[in-house]
Design a protein around this ligand. Structure first.
Ligand code: HEM
Length: 331
C-alpha cells in the first residue's frame, strides 16, 4: 500500500507553528509586535542552521588530503559558499522587517524578555568559530561564557579548538603546486617595488614580511606560502586552473562583507530602538556591537593581499612551462 506523505507532516508544521508563545500573553499584557519579534528570530535561527549545514559540508571536503583544484569538489565548495552568501544577503534584508517595529512597540514587551538576548544565539557564535574566529579575538570574549549554557559552550569550544575554515583554506593554499621551484617571486617583488609611490615605500618591508618565511613572527592568519598562492590566484584569475580558486577566495571575502553588513545594520537598528541603553543580555548594547563589527572579520588577511597587486600591463610574462600547467598553452 502506498504511504502518502502529507505536507504538514513532512515539514513538522505542528511543532513549528506551535512554537510562538508570546511572553506578553503569559503575563496577561498582550504586546502586538512580540509575534514579529519571535518569528523573525526563529527564521534567523533556521537560516543559521542551514548555514552551519553548508559550512560543515564544505569543511568536510576541505579536510580531504587530495582536494584537486579542477575537480568537481572545488566546484561544490564554491557553489555552497555562494549559496551561503545568498542566505546572508537575505539575513541582512530581514533587518528591514524588524525595523518596522518602533521603539515604543518594543518597550511594550522588552522587559519581559530579560535576560534573554540574541547574544545567547549559540548557533551564531558557532558559525563565527567554525569560520575561524578564535576566542581571544572576540570582543568582550568572557561575555559569551557567562551567557551560554554549558552544553552550548562545549560545542563552541570544540569548534574553536578544531581546524576552522580559515585554517583549512590556509592548508589548501599551501598545497598549491605551481609556485614551488620557480623564480616568479623575485621578479614579481622587483616589479611591485617599482610600482610603489614615494609615500608607499614602507610597503617594501611589508611585502617581505608577508611573503617570506624568514619573517616568522609576523601576525597573520595565513602562512607566507599560503599568501603567495593567494596572491598568485588574484593576479592570474583568468587561467583555467585558477578560475575556481579565484571564485573561492572571492566568496570568502563576500562572506566577511555580508556578515559585517549584518552586524552594521543590526547595530544601527539597536541604536534606533534602544539608544544607548544596555542590552537585555547585559552588554553595553550598541558599543559592544560596534566592537564586534570592528574586530570580527575572519578573512581580512586574504583581503589585504590586494595591497600587493600590480597593474596588468606590468605583470611578468609566465614561461611556457607555467602556462601549460595553468591550462592555456598547447604543447
Ligand atoms: C529590535 C530588535 C533587536 C534589538 C533591540 C537587539 C539588541 C541586541 C543587543 C543590545 C545585543 C547585544 C547583546 C545584549 O546585551 O543583549 C544583541 C546581540 C545580538 N543580537 Fe540582537 N537585537 C534585535 C534583533 C535581533 C535579531 C532579529 C537577531 C537575529 C537573530 C538578533 C541577533 C543578535 C545576535 C546574534 C547577537 C550577538 C551578536 C554578537 O555577539 O556579535 N538580534 N542584540
Amino acid at each position: 500500500m502506498e504511504l502518502k506523505m502529507h505536507y504538514a507532516d513532512y515539514l513538522k508544521l505542528d511543532s513549528i507553528l506551535d512554537a510562538q508563545q508570546l511572553r506578553s500573553d503569559e503575563l496577561n499584557a498582550h504586546a502586538h509586535d512580540e509575534m514579529l519579534f519571535i518569528i523573525i528570530h526563529q527564521a534567523y535561527e533556521l537560516w543559521f542552521k542551514q548555514l552551519l549545514y553548508e559550512l560543515d559540508s564544505i569543511m568536510t571536503i576541505f579536510r580531504k588530503p587530495a582536494l584537486n583544484d579542477d575537480s568537481p569538489e572545488l566546484q561544490t565548495i564554491v557553489h555552497r559558499l555562494n549559496r551561503s552568501n545568498t542566505i546572508l544577503k537575505l539575513l541582512v534584508q530581514q533587518i528591514e522587517v524588524m525595523e518596522t517595529m518602533s521603539p515604543m512597540d518594543f518597550l511594550d514587551f522588552r522587559d519581559m524578555l530579560r535576560p534573554a538576548s540574541g547574544f545567547q544565539s549559540w548557533q551564531f557564535k558557532l558559525l563565527e568559530a567554525k569560520l575561524g574566529l578564535k576566542y581571544e579575538q572576540r570582543h568582550g570574549e568572557a561575555h559569551y561564557i557567562s551567557q551560554l549554557r554549558d552544553a552550548e559552550i562545549r560545542i563552541i569550544k570544540a569548534a574553536e579548538s578544531g581546524k576552522s575554515l580559515l585554517e583549512l583554506v590556509n592548508s589548501w593554499l599551501e598545497r598549491m603546486p605551481f609556485l614551488k621551484d620557480n623564480d616568479f617571486w623575485p621578479g614579481y617583488r622587483q616589479l611591485y617595488l617599482e610600482s610603489l609611490s614615494e609615500v608607499e615605500k614602507g610597503h617594501a618591508a611589508l611585502f617581505d614580511t608577508v611573503f617570506s618565511e624568514e619573517n616568522g613572527n609576523y601576525p597573520c592568519s595565513l602562512s607566507p606560502a599560503a599568501c603567495r598562492a593567494g596572491l598568485f590566484i588574484m593576479i592570474y584569475p583568468g587561467y583555467p586552473i585558477l578560475q575556481l580558486p579565484y571564485q573561492l577566495l572571492n566568496q570568502l571575502l563576500e562572506m566577511d562583507e555580508q556578515l559585517s553588513t549584518w552586524r552594521y545594520r543590526h547595530m544601527h537598528m539597536v541604536q534606533r530602538t534602544i539608544g544607548t541603553r544596555i542590552g537585555t543580555g547585559g552588554s553595553a548594547g550598541r558599543d559592544y556591537l560596534q566592537g564586534t563589527l570592528d574586530k570580527h572579520f575572519i578573512f581580512h588577511d586574504i583581503a589585504k593581499l590586494t595591497s600587493f597587486l600590480i597593474e596588468r600591463k606590468k605583470l611578468p610574462k609566465l614561461d611556457k612551462h607555467m602556462e601549460r600547467r595553468l591550462g592555456f598553452a598547447s604543447e
